[in-house]
Design a protein around this ligand. Structure first.
Ligand SMILES: Cc1ncc(COP(=O)(O)O)c(C=O)c1O
Length: 455
């Protein structure tokens, strides 16, 4: 299996060298936003120094701006497995989702149904719930509170011939559960509905293939995958052409421009390309699937209770697909696939150590999947409570030691309400990404144990 050169990885991210009260900072706040590489900082600076302009002008910096935008679309297309004109950029995922819901809402009739979930971030809830104004009926899929997984039977029950849209997260930003979004999309399509996937939390942790998923829309926030603050939306070309965005008259009708209202954050787009280039370089570095394709036989052959293929099998199938027509020099998409497979495998080890350690802490309540045999269905993002300590107090005590975690509901409001923790400060979230180390996990666990011991 591919391994990561953590010394090289960490050296790419200047922010990781920061200290707090003399202690090296530990960034366990990845689900809230990740750090960026020097390459990203340089790309932003270079754009502002050499290319800063508006688009489609008859002069040098404007032409460079057009190239910057084109490159960012191409990079995102490689990350997601689509065409560049199927990628829309915007300020963040929330704004893009509100924009899309307003557009889809134009076709909503009273009594049309929209299926949402209790597991989702509110940015994949409120924009769709707003369509109640158009007479839409909102249905909310429940979770199994034991392990914070979606109740798939409930989801099947909620789908009817009146369902127009199913909006679901690829992975939960609160408890790390990965949803079977390929199966959910299949069920949505069988009911005649569109599928919208919020991949914001999943994107830094695994490979995305929108064609294999067959989803209609998929949103990401680049600042969660080592890029600057921005939002992106994939849409199948047919939908991006058919639907009507609210736009100003002089703006283009061409894709993807018709969805990109106003002037974009061009420097952030330069940074997005640089972040994806970093991931591609990581892919070239790892013992990549390109030189040693991950075969289905090598992949862990876990099956779910109902016999659906597992996430690992999905990865293996996609890597085989991508590798089958590999020329001698792998494409950026193939490099990204190699990187994300390596990240996934590395993060799984971190999650195992973290969760094993957490479960030994007296008075700790763990929310989400804790059985290592099912870790293919989670990211290394965990939420806990510890008896006698509010999440804010824990986060503050950790923060004073330079350990950055999050407390509260992290906008997964339906979930904290369903778990009955909203009124008590929510949960403490520890979210790891591939630049975190086993030593950091050990320090974090020791710090928590000390807080619990009252030191
Ligand atoms: C799962 C998930 N979806 C959506 C969002 C909203 O993204 P943005 O901040 O880009 O609007 C977040 C942000 O934390 C998130 O974690």
């Amino acid at each position: 299996m591919a391994t990561l050169d953590l010394n090289w990885v960490r050296a790419q991210f200047p922010a990781l060298a920061q200290t707090v009260n003399g202690q090296p900072a530990i960034f366990a706040d990845g689900p809230g936003g990740t750090q960026v590489t020097q390459r990203v900082i340089d790309a932003i600076s270079s754009y502002l120094t050499h290319a800063n302009a508006n688009t489609h002008g008859a002069f040098l910096t404007s032409a460079r701006t057009d190239q910057t935008i084109e490159a960012a679309h191409a990079a995102m297309a490689d990350l997601l497995g689509c065409d560049p004109d199927e990628v829309v950029f915007g300020p963040n995922m929330t704004s893009l989702t509100f924009m899309l819901s307003r557009s889809i809402g134009r076709d909503i009739q009273p009594g049309d149904e929209i299926v949402l979930t209790r597991l989702d971030h509110d940015a994949n809830f409120s924009p769709w719930k707003a369509l109640e104004e158009r007479g839409a009926l909102i249905k909310v899929v429940d979770i199994d509170v034991e392990d914070c997984t979606l109740d798939m039977d409930d989801l099947r029950r909620q789908l009817t011939p009146r369902t127009k849209l199913v909006a679901v997260g690829y992975a939960s930003n609160a408890v790390g559960t990965i949803n079977d979004v390929a199966e959910i999309t299949r069920l949505a399509h069988r009911a005649g509905a569109l599928s919208f996937i919020d991949a914001v939390h999943y994107a830094p942790h695994g490979h995305i293939d929108v064609r294999a998923l067959d989803c209609d829309f998929l949103a990401c926030s680049p600042y969660k995958f080592f890029a600057p603050h921005a939002g992106t939306l994939y849409g199948k070309r047919e939908h991006l052409r058919r639907l009507h965005p609210y736009k100003v008259r002089p703006a283009t009708e061409e894709l993807p421009g018709r969805w990109m209202t106003g002037t974009q954050n061009h420097e952030a787009m330069a940074g997005v390309t640089a972040a994806i280039e970093y991931l591609a370089e990581l892919g070239r570095q790892v013992e990549s699937v390109v030189s040693s394709p991950l075969s289905l036989a090598d992949a862990e052959q876990r099956t779910t209770d109902n016999g659906q293929r597992t996430v690992d099998e999905t990865d293996a199938r996609e890597s085989q697909y991508d590798v089958s027509d590999a020329a001698s020099s792998p494409s950026r998409r193939q490099q990204l696939l190699a990187a994300m497979n390596a990240i996934r495998s590395y993060e799984r080890g971190l999650a195992e150590t973290l969760i094993e350690g957490l479960l030994e802490i007296p008075g700790l309540t763990f929310y989400g999947i804790s059985d290592p045999a099912r870790f293919a269905w989670r990211t290394p993002t965990v939420s806990v409570r510890i008896a006698g300590h509010t999440p804010r107090r824990l986060a503050k005590a950790l923060g004073e030691q330079g350990i950055f975690t999050w407390d509260g509901n992290y906008y997964a409001l339906n979930l904290t309400e369903r778990l009955g923790v909203e009124q008590d400060g929510g949960m403490l979230r520890i979210g790891l990404v591939h630049y975190n180390t086993a030593e950091e996990v050990a320090q974090l666990l020791e710090a928590l144990r000390e807080i619990v011991r009252g030191r």
